[in-house]
Design a protein around this ligand. Sequence first.
Ligand code: CNA
Length: 241
Amino acid sequence: MEQIQKLQQMIDESENIVFFGGAGVSTESGIPDFRSVDGLYHQKYDYPPETILSHTFYRRKTEEFYRFYKDKMLCLDAKPNAAHYALAKLEKTGKLKAVVTQNIDGLHQAAGSKKVLELHGSVLRNYCEVCGAFYDAKFVLQSEGIPTCSCGGQIKPDVVLYEEGLNQATLSEAIRVICEADMLIIGGTSLVVYPAAGLIDYYQGHKLVLINKSATARDSMANLVITEPIGSVFSKIKIEE
Ligand code: CNA
């Protein structure tokens, strides 16, 4: 409880908050993360998820990529949880300037957040590799095998696969907002996927909060560490509109 009070006080005293998050933000919405005990890395597949979700695998074994992707990465019925809603509310008050996320599920926007920097793209956007036509996630989910455009081209999710580079404009904007933040809240991320995890090093303030169920390599640099589920933490925070 003391920790929640401390978090509340830090939020109340801040005017330029940035949230940096990962898959753990959406586990309470029913979307499995990668590294928790019930996460995708602990389930049995012919290949590790990191291999399947790589550019090489996507090119060489496209059908198998899509089998895994549709089965495990497209959770289209998931709804935002208390953490997503609280962050959207904090943005409305003017205190929170941006959400920088490694997630690809679109739940921050579904909760009402406007400034969301999606470092790894979104499953909600999909494009034909030949003509560039847009397709929604439902189309991809309902397609049989490899989703194909009416022009015959292959459809690729707008998701950054392993071995692929991050969008430079998104990366630069994420660095800018983190540099300017007076409070950085990091939540639901193991902080092991780079270059995304390295972005937190741009934070220069003294209100660094880490909300994560398990320990991370960065716990020692945080001013406040909370090891509780992030949805339940944010459900206890009062945000005045
Ligand atoms: P990760 O490596 O799976 O780490 C998640 C972290 O969150 C772990 O340390 C958990 O202990 C912690 N955690 C899990 N649930 C909670 C919770 N309720 N409250 C607090 N902490 C919790 O995931 P990262 O995001 O660090 O890794 C980056 C990858 C995962 C990105 O490239 C994502 O695109 C990818 N991913 C995204 C989604 C999604 O969009 N929802 C789902 C699965 C994987």
